[in-house]
Design a protein around this ligand. Structure first.
Ligand code: PLP
Length: 440
């Protein structure tokens, strides 16, 4: 019997004992292509020698020093790499140990920004239904994932309210154009600002591409500029959560580069360190930081492991490899191939409602009826069945579904490493297509 609290308390998962490139090996010798990098984490695959060397070198020099007493070279270098050239005006970085902690930091930084600007009445945030921002209580309050929120509802803060996501596959009204749908969602956000009192709102929070809850749902053209305009009108901040969709995953380093907006605060994690170390963080603009620097002089938030030397060294090496090997170009090229192959294999399948995504971040939404978009009975846990069939065929994918909000289908995410090859894309689609057919 295992003494670990596993995700499933009634079953112990297979033990992973080795990771090399795209392949994971279990204790029983079963080999699995890691086609989703866990949850879009392993952006360089497993065991990349450059990252291992960088971690070993850092560990040989310094493993830990408390940030109240010392800075460290790897954290400084990582910040320089990410924001030294001020992408979109983002010029400060803060490193923590996960995406949830990054979201907590973003929430608090935004609040402290307004406190120190003399606007203490700003206490409200607007986020979106069918979103996920993490599992700690602040981040869970921000999220709109009904299934994950439900058990903890009494503990969540009502500082967050929720508007509709941009989910064109199901939420487009009859005959509505892209521009009309965007205008409707902008009007909904404006109405929520008015309901709360625009002077009371700190920020609008959104995933640039919605990850686990909706399954790689990209926004319609013009959506983010329209949301940004509402925030600007009322002096509120835009917080973009790119924990899953950022750091190269969608074919540009930042997801917002394809949206025509820049955030005031950005949350990053998974692709930052590629799973080599637990690391997440935030990026913020000078305008966000300045009132705090010029006011109290201190961000009232801290963690024992913030700016951890080894985690930052690992993330720095991951980012250097991505740059030096031009991997974001490969994400774009292999992403187009993955879309084409998935569409060829499953595009006309009666139970495949939608194939959507960007870069190397794709979801397949499974439905009982393609024409009506009716969902399968959640009790069937079809997403999990697909993942089991995939595993049996030597493929790892990321299933999610059915019961999240009771109104979207089961979906499965594919998010291979940025250095995936054409041949590997072929194998992924073949195994995944077989798994879908076997599960249905
Ligand atoms: N935000 C988004 C968009 C995520 O997808 C996730 C995790 O899946 C998180 C936040 C939370 O990150 P973590 O699990 O590292 O705490």
């Amino acid at each position: 019997m295992s003494h670990l609290i596993h995700r499933n308390l009634r079953a112990t998962p297979p033990l992973a004992v080795e990771g090399k490139g795209i392949w994971l090996t279990a204790a029983d010798g079963h080999r699995v292509m890691d086609a989703s990098g866990g949850a879009a984490v392993a952006c360089l695959g497993h065991g990349h020698p450059r990252v291992l060397e960088a971690m070993a070198a850092q560990m040989g020099k310094l493993t830990y020093a408390h940030t109240a007493l010392f800075g460290c070279e790897s954290a400084e270098a990582l910040a320089d790499t990410l924001v030294g050239h001020r992408p979109g005006g983002l010029s400060f970085a803060y490193f923590v140990s996960s995406g949830s902690e990054g979201m907590e930091a973003a929430i608090k930084l935004a609040r402290q920004h307004f406190l120190e600007k003399g606007q203490p009445q700003r206490t409200r945030y607007i986020a979106r239904r069918q979103s996920y921002h993490g599992n700690t209580l602040g981040a869970l309050s921000a999220g709109g994932n009904a299934m994950r929120r439900a058990p903890y509802a009494p503990l969540l803060t009502d500082a967050f309210s929720h508007v509709s996501p941009c989910y064109a596959y199901r939420d487009r009204q009859d005959g509505e154009t892209d521009a009309e749908m965007v205008a409707r969602l902008a009007a909904e956000l404006e109405a929520e600002f008015q309901r709360l009192g625009p002077q009371n709102v700190i920020a609008f929070c959104a995933e640039t591409v919605v990850g686990a809850t909706l399954g790689c749902a990209t926004a319609l053209p013009g959506y983010f500029p329209a949301m940004r305009a509402v925030c600007d009108r009322h002096g509120a901040l835009l917080i973009l959560d790119e924990v899953m969709s950022g750091m190269g995953r969608t074919g540009t380093l930042h997801g917002w580069e394809q949206e025509g907006v820049t955030p005031d605060i950005q949350v990053i994690a998974k692709g930052l360190g590629g799973g080599y170390q637990p690391i997440g963080g935030i990026l913020a603009t000078e305008a966000v930081i300045a009132p705090i620097r010029d006011g109290s002089g201190s961000f009232m938030h801290g963690h024992t492991y913030q700016s951890h030397p080894v985690a930052c060294a690992a993330a720095l090496a991951v980012q250097q490899v991505i740059r030096e090997e031009a991997l974001i170009d490969n994400v774009a090229a292999m992403g187009r191939l993955l879309e084409t192959r998935l569409t060829e294999r499953l595009g006309n399948h009666h139970h495949v409602g939608d194939i959507r995504g960007r870069g190397l971040f794709w979801a397949i939404e499974l439905v009982a009826d393609r024409a009506t978009k009716a969902v399968f009975d959640p009790a069937r846990k079809l997403h999990a069945r697909v993942a089991e069939e995939a595993y049996a065929r030597g493929l790892g994918c990321y299933p999610m579904g059915g019961t999240i909000d009771g109104r979207q289908g089961d979906h499965v995410i594919l998010a291979p490493p940025y250095n995936v090859t054409e041949q590997e894309i072929g194998m992924i689609v073949e195994r995944f297509g077989d798994a879908v057919e076997a599960a249905l």
